[in-house]
Write a protein that binds this ligand. Structure first.
Ligand code: MRU
Length: 343
């Protein structure tokens, strides 16, 4: 396979390496990944994360293993194991399905497919960025949640791709970065990306977003997605639904930015999206390059869904690589695409 380099993933000299996102922003540590077990563990620990990137990482590993001489049966078993690593982001399943579709054609076909998935994602990010940046008013102040940038995709990102493009065009003045409890993807990763891009930003606790909206300091909310259902409902990092309700109340445009690889035409609505439940420790404390801290009583029980579902009627627009859609538009586009490509 040829060399492929992105912010959080690199394939060089037949070696797959992932930037350990658990250690950011303080340490930039690259981890070698050469087995299905290692990849599954890294996905579960969110050392590699973000809907598009986990699909691409899993596919690159499969192609690498094919080049190493694994049999078709072994590769099918590997794909089945990788598929179970996380349940909500449909990009993982979509990427693996595309790899499975060429698996009987041998290693060269798998390599070509994985390279294409990587390069396609870079192009999808660019197209979303262009569509989304055009929506924002001059000097926009934007609020975003979780991390949707170059740490979550092979390219510039989804919502952060739009933010970066709007900043380049001089249309964006400030980004409000939701800290994103419990795993702090905003406070750690989006803030790291904003610093690297030189974009003026402030981090706030998730519970502070409503005040900013009330005070007229947010012109638009931009978020990514892990799965968009056929009726336009979508799953994203837990806390997104709160933002959508608050944005609706304050009459602030709320956009979801995602590539076609995040659409699940077979999922009728948000109720059918599987939501990953995660460990109690993540809520009772925090861990990272600094070690581990716990502040809650050991015996306390915890509720910790990794994602929530935002109903379509709270969404102002769906920014896809193919364009910007309103509610009727996204439903029609998914139905049409379903007949053409997914039937
Ligand atoms: O649990 P994570 O960090 O993988 O969650 C990531 C998100 O929720 C992102 O918003 C989503 O994957 C879209 S990013 C391109």
């Amino acid at each position: 396979m040829k060399d492929l380099i992105s912010t959080a993933l690199r394939y060089r000299n037949h070696r797959l390496e992932l930037l350990d996102q658990h250690q950011l922003p303080d340490r930039e540590l690259w981890l070698h990944c050469d087995s299905v077990e290692a990849m599954v563990a890294m996905i579960r620990k969110l050392q590699i994360r973000g809907a598009p990137l986990i699909g691409i990482g899993a596919s690159l590993l499969l192609a690498h293993l094919a080049e190493q001489g694994l049999s078709e049966d072994q590769l099918r078993e590997a794909a089945a194991t990788l598929r179970e690593a996380r349940p909500t982001a449909v990009n993982l399943m979509n990427c693996l399905d595309r790899m499975l579709a060429v698996m009987d054609q041998g290693a060269d076909a798998l390599v070509a497919c994985a390279e294409n998935l990587f390069e396609e994602d870079v192009a999808l990010c660019q197209r979303m960025a262009e569509h989304g940046a055009a929506l924002l008013p001059e000097g926009a102040q934007v609020l975003t949640h979780c991390n949707t940038g170059s740490l979550a995709t092979a390219g510039a990102g989804t919502a952060i791709g739009v933010i970066a493009e709007a900043f380049r065009r001089g249309r964006l003045s400030h980004v409000w970065v939701d800290e994103t409890r419990p795993l702090l993807q905003g406070g750690r990763l989006t803030a790291w990306e904003m610093c690297r891009l030189g974009i003026p930003h402030q981090i706030q606790c998730d519970s502070m977003a409503a005040i900013l909206m009330r005070d007229g300091q947010v012109d638009a909310v931009l978020v990514g997605s892990d799965r968009i259902a056929a009726n336009g409902d979508f799953a994203n990092k837990v806390g997104t639904y709160n933002l959508a309700v608050n944005a609706h109340y304050h009459k602030i445009p709320f956009y979801v930015v995602a590539p076609w690889t995040t659409v699940d035409p077979h999922c009728p609505n948000g109720d059918a999206i599987p939501i990953e439940q995660r460990s109690a420790e993540e809520v009772k404390g925090v861990s990272g390059s600094f070690g581990e801290v716990r502040w809650s009583p050991l015996e306390s029980q915890v509720f910790n869904p990794a994602f929530d579902v935002t109903p379509a009627d709270l969404v102002t627009g769906w920014v896809l690589d193919t364009g910007v859609y309103d509610r009727d538009g996204i439903v029609a586009a998914i139905a049409a695409n379903n007949q053409r490509e997914f039937a």
